[in-house]
Design a protein around this ligand. Structure first.
Ligand code: NAP
Length: 385
């Protein structure tokens, strides 16, 4: 019998990308799909290529009884939904698989952060122990591990530091719109000067800066009053009041959890790997980039490291460390909308032969959000081993 799968949050930004990917990979062929909504129950279920909805109408995403009929639920609805529905659903005796894009359950002992090309052994062990909570990781962490997970798998990492360059999409669809609107407003401010080849560049610069600093609260509402167009913001997510942001904390906590390090449920007691991040929002659309510094546990030849990265999984692409390949293959514009996770600028650093630098880019809505969710469904069905 086909797995009965409930989809909640399918029309949001992550959910829409998930629907595209499930359609492309024909995930709907072998499941009975029920679409839920928290706001438009009773309306017709969406028409998605390759998906014949089991229920022709949208079901109420807050109806525990209806949700209980599902073998698996994938939710991209958001953290508030998880907070309100997960506990009552489990309390009502539901034993199905809960696959969730939000962070709410991520660090629970009985939840696994899913990134199967990197942590399939962790997922398999958890499945054998009857775990049923599968949570997508932080997008920055997932994209980083898809690129350089080979070094972690090989136990080579003594510590890692990352400076991130995170896209507007990490904040949501309104943040992407806000960024583009700001770019447009900045252009409009100096359009006449740009059209005049004799105009002074310092006057153009002065007007742009003045405009950035004069944006109204409405024009900057999604980035807390700070302009992102032509700017950057070196703080993402809550202030932990210890000098780090929540986004930076996730880098260490989630990387270790994904790799199954110091995991109570799995019974592993290895010491966590120190990972430090400086997380920076930049004016890219949907790709997160990161500049990585590693201290390795030993001096490994560069050629071996390059091979490890290139051979780790079908999506990690090693980019030779030269100007032309870097410019062609290692930018958000070229990676956006693709499953590729290029890793370049790989080189030994001046500090010593155990120190390694690298740069990686990933589409945060694909490997950073939607892809691990749909793959987990396939793992449950036994299609990905
Ligand atoms: P989103 O775009 O705000 O969508 C969430 C839900 O809002 C929709 O599924 C929909 O649910 C409702 N909604 C209300 N008005 C809507 C409208 N006009 N258009 C579309 N949907 C509307 O949220 P998201 O960015 O996809 O994030 C979903 C979850 O994934 C969050 O927990 C987030 O933290 C997590 N996540 C996000 C990212 C990211 O980069 N954005 C990355 C990884 C994980 P109803 O149909 O029920 O009304």
């Amino acid at each position: 019998m086909a797995l009965r799968v409930g989809l909640v949050g399918w029309r949001g930004m992550v959910g829409s990308v998930l629907m595209q990917r499930m359609s492309t990979e024909r995930d709907f062929d072998n499941i009975d799909t029920t679409f839920f909504s928290t706001s438009t129950a009773g309306k017709p279920a969406p028409m998605i290529q390759g998906c014949k909805s089991f229920d022709p109408l949208l079901q109420d995403g807050n109806d525990v009884n209806k949700l209980k009929g599902m073998d698996a639920i994938i939710t991209c609805q958001g953290g508030d939904y998880t907070k309100s529905i997960y506990a009552p659903l489990r309390a009502a005796g539901w034993k199905g698989h809960w696959i969730d894009a939000s962070k709410i359950l991520r660090m629970n002992d009985n939840a696994i952060i899913i990134l199967d090309p990197i942590n399939m052994p962790v997922i398999k062990t958890a499945l054998s122990k009857g775990i049923t909570d599968w949570i997508g990781g932080n997008c920055t962490v997932s994209c980083m591990l898809m690129g350089v997970g080979a070094l972690y798998k090989a136990g080579l990492v003594e510590w890692m530091q990352t400076s991130t360059y995170q896209a507007a999409s990490g904040g949501g669809a309104p943040n992407m719109r806000e960024l583009l609107t700001q770019y447009g407003a900045l252009y409009a401010e100096v359009k006449d000067l740009l059209n005049d080849p004799a105009s002074a560049i310092l006057e153009i610069d002065r007007r742009v800066t003045a405009k950035q600093n004069a944006f109204t609260p409405e024009e900057t509402a999604n980035f807390r009053g700070i302009p992102l167009g032509g700017n950057l913001i070196p703080w993402i997510d809550a202030d932990r009041e210890d000098g780090t942001s929540l986004e930076e904390w996730k880098g260490g906590a989630e990387t270790n959890k994904i790799m199954g390090i110091a995991n109570k449920v799995l019974g592993s007691s290895d010491a966590p790997i120190p990972i430090d991040s400086t997380c920076i929002r930049v004016g890219a659309m949907r790709c997160h980039s990161q500049s990585l510094t590693f201290k390795l546990k030993k001096n490994v030849p560069l050629a071996d490291i390059e091979q490890m990265i290139a051979n780790d999984n079908p999506w990690a692409k090693f980019v030779p460390n030269n100007r032309v390949d870097t410019e062609k293959q290692l930018t958000p514009a070229v990676v956006s909308g693709t499953m590729n996770i290029p890793v370049g600028r790989v080189r030994k650093l001046a500090m010593g032969p155990e120190y390694l630098g690298a740069f990686t880019v990933g589409d945060q809505l694909l490997w950073g959000a939607a892809e691990p969710l749909r793959r987990m469904l396939r793992i449950i069905q036994g299609d990905i081993a």
